[in-house]
Structures are given as C-alpha cells and as structure tokens.
Design a protein around this ligand. Structure first.
Ligand SMILES: Cc1cc2nc3c(=O)[nH]c(=O)nc-3n(C[C@H](O)[C@H](O)[C@H](O)COP(=O)(O)OP(=O)(O)OC[C@H]3O[C@@H](n4cnc5c(N)ncnc54)[C@H](O)[C@@H]3O)c2cc1C
Length: 345
C-alpha cells in the first residue's frame, strides 16, 4: 500500500516467467497473469530481481550458467496458547546447549516459539516442518516456559525458507554489506538478495542507487529513511484487536458500522471479524481463502484448526465480494483444508 501511494503499480498472481533482452541487455519481463491466463510483455529501463529464496531462479532466466547466490535454510516456528508465557515479555536464549538460538514471543494473544536452522537443497513452494524440528522446539521451550508444552498444545506449526546470501562474483557486485548483496549481471539485471526485515530500508536505498545508474534514470534522493508506512498511527492501542491495521482500523470499523453483521467474530478462539475479510478483498488484493486466512489475517499461523473452521464463512464472504459462484466457494474450501493440513501437528 505504501508503494502504491508512492506511484507504484503492484500486481499479484503474476509470476515473471522470462526476461526480455535486446542487444544482450535486459529490457523487460514476460509475466503470466494466472487469473486471466494471459501473458504480458512488460518493457522496462531496469529490472530489479527481489524474489527472496527464489532469487537464483530469476537469475537463471538471465544466464543459465550463473553461480548460485542463495543457500536455503529452513526455519520452523510453533504457536502455543498464551498460558505458556503469560505477560508481555519475550524470552531469548542466545545459546541452547547445542549452540542454537531459541525465543518465545507473545504474539497476537498467543506465544510464538522459534526457530530452527535446517539446510535445504532447493526452495519448496510449501516448506514443511520436520518432526525433529518440532521435537527440538518443544524440548527446549519446556525449559523456559511456565508449563511443559506437548505436541497436542501446538496450535499451529510452520516453516519458512531463509535466503542466505553469498557474493557470487565480487567484481560485478556493486554493493556488499554483511547483511545483503546487490548484484548487477552482465546484461544489467539488478538483484537484491539476503538481508532482513529489519534492514529493508537500507536494502532499498542500495538497490535504487544501482538501478538509477543501470537504467540511466533521473536521480532523485531515496525517500525511504523517513517515509512512514501506510497505516502509521501514533495510538494503535485505541483500536483494540484491529490495532495491527494502524490507521486503516478506522476504515474497517466503518465497514462494520455500515453493515453490523460484519462485526461478528469468525471464530471464538481468534479475534478476527468478518469486516476484515471484506477489507482484505476491497483494499488488500486478497483473491483466495488462503490469501485471507494465511497472508492477510494470521489465522492459519495462530490456530490452524480454528482457521479451517473459519474457511466456509470466509469463502462465502469472498464469493460475494469477488462475484464468484458456489463452485468457486467449494473449491476454495477444499484447497484451504489441504493447505492447512500442513500446519496441524
Ligand atoms: C524462519 C525465518 C525467520 C526469520 N526471522 C527474521 C527475524 O527474526 N528478523 C528479520 O529481520 N528477518 C527475519 N527473517 C527474514 C525475513 O523473513 C526476510 O528477510 C524477508 O521476508 C525477505 O523479504 P523479501 O521481500 O526480500 O522476500 P520474500 O518475502 O521471500 O518475497 C519474495 C517474493 O518474490 C516473489 N517471487 C518469487 N519468484 C517470482 C517470480 N518469478 N515472479 C514474480 N514474483 C516472484 C514471491 O512470491 C515473494 O512474494 C526470517 C526468515 C525466515 C524464513
């Protein structure tokens, strides 16, 4: 949303499948609109590859012979009831007895416990926790939490893939820091890889500096350092459970005021209300039940079984908003149940 406010056009469900090249230089991308099943040829002065764990797959579209930049490492988290860590303080264990880092953090009225560090050969689309990763988290968390958690206490488990970056070619690398690498290929593809959520503004600055040079763009100072993200609000505590939306909470409250049925909670064990589904479709580009339950609200990650029970109402609301039919609704619920199975222990 912040990018849109700054003039960007953002699209989802539209993967880049190839790069357009002219005289050996990258001059755009070919992207596949999965919704309309249509291909687009998008021309650009400069193309930036910021695809996280998928970085090397896009670099291979440029040059099949590249040296990989990314090593994949899986990290698993589990979510427990708040009773295991009452209060607002987190626990951080910098060195477990086998030298790993462990933390337990209060998160949306639950407790998030992480994480692991398991090397992976490739980057799966839907990474899955290994039994030994869950055992490690439960065994070590038990030493620090109020009561010992067991497998049946796990409300949700999930895995992510960290893109650990190495510098593939020092000569062609425009900017290197301990955290991230900006790489310029011979044909001018700008790749930003590595880094952390906490360093994204610095990553953006370093990347844009290179993109301006490569694309011969008009120089403008990067705004990110002082830019407030969309929804910035000084008193999010005023909005209760909707506080995570920042200033957008006012709009969501407005939807619920206009249609009082939308004030209904979607599940007794989670705070999410129906108005959030309508908001996600109208304002946050949610197109599937999984978009809402996993990537707009955090229901799947907070309580996977509860999220499955929410799916039919979410699908009904989305069907109306997106003007879809009963067949779509049924398929969405089925697909969602399959996905959620990976998050239930
Ligand atoms: C387990 C784990 C724990 C972490 N802990 C922390 C932490 O404590 N603190 C911290 O700061 N950071 C942490 N991180 C790192 C943080 O999550 C990442 O740095 C951040 O998500 C990277 O964002 P990104 O936008 O670069 O990549 P991503 O969020 O991975 O986004 C890449 C995007 O590219 C898209 N994409 C891929 N291929 C294509 C294509 N061909 N065409 C179009 N789009 C494509 C994908 O769909 C995706 O949306 C952690 C990561 C993991 C996995």
């Amino acid at each position: 949303k912040t990018a849109t406010e700054q003039g960007a056009v953002v699209v989802n469900y539209m993967p880049v499948t190839a790069l357009i090249k002219r005289s050996g230089f990258v001059k755009g991308v070919i992207a596949h609109d999965l919704e309309a099943d249509r291909e687009y040829h998008l021309k650009a002065k400069v193309v930036i590859n910021a695809t996280g764990p998928f970085t090397d797959s896009v670099r291979k579209m440029d040059d099949t012979q590249i040296t990989p930049m990314i090593a994949h490492s899986q990290g698993v988290h589990i979510v427990l009831d708040k009773k295991f860590l009452p209060g607002d303080s987190a626990i951080m264990v910098p060195h477990t007895d086998d030298g790993r880092v462990l933390f337990a953090i209060p998160w949306h009225n639950k407790v998030l416990v992480g994480t692991t560090d398991t090397p992976l050969e490739d980057c799966p689309i839907e990474p899955k926790p290994l039994p030994e990763e869950i055992d490690f988290l439960l065994e070590h968390a038990a030493r620090y939490l109020t009561t010992d958690p067991t497998k049946k206490d796990v409300l949700s488990m999930f895995a992510g893939v960290r893109p650990l970056v190495s510098n593939p070619d020092a000569e062609n690398t425009a900017a290197i820091s301990r955290e991230h690498v900006v790489n310029i290929s011979k044909s001018g593809l700008v790749t930003i890889a590595g880094g952390k959520w906490t360093t994204y503004r610095k990553m953006a600055e370093d990347t844009l500096e290179q993109a301006i040079l490569i694309g011969d763009l008009e120089y403008k100072p990067c705004l990110t350092e002082d830019l407030q993200l969309h929804g910035f609000h000084k008193h999010i505590e005023n909005f209760g459970d909707l506080g995570m939306y920042g200033a957008d909470a006012i709009e969501i409250q407005g939807l619920a005021k206009k249609t009082p049925a939308l004030k209904e909670k979607l599940h007794p064990q989670l705070s999410t209300i129906e108005a959030e589904v309508v908001w996600a479709v109208q304002e946050e580009m949610a197109l599937t039940v999984a978009d809402f339950l996993s990537r707009r609200s955090r229901s799947l990650l907070l309580n996977a079984k509860a999220s499955v029970e929410m799916a039919p109402v979410v699908a009904e609301l989305m069907m109306k908003e997106l003007n879809k039919n009963k067949k779509w609704k049924k398929e969405q619920i089925k697909k969602y149940e399959e996905l959620a199975g990976n998050y239930i222990l």
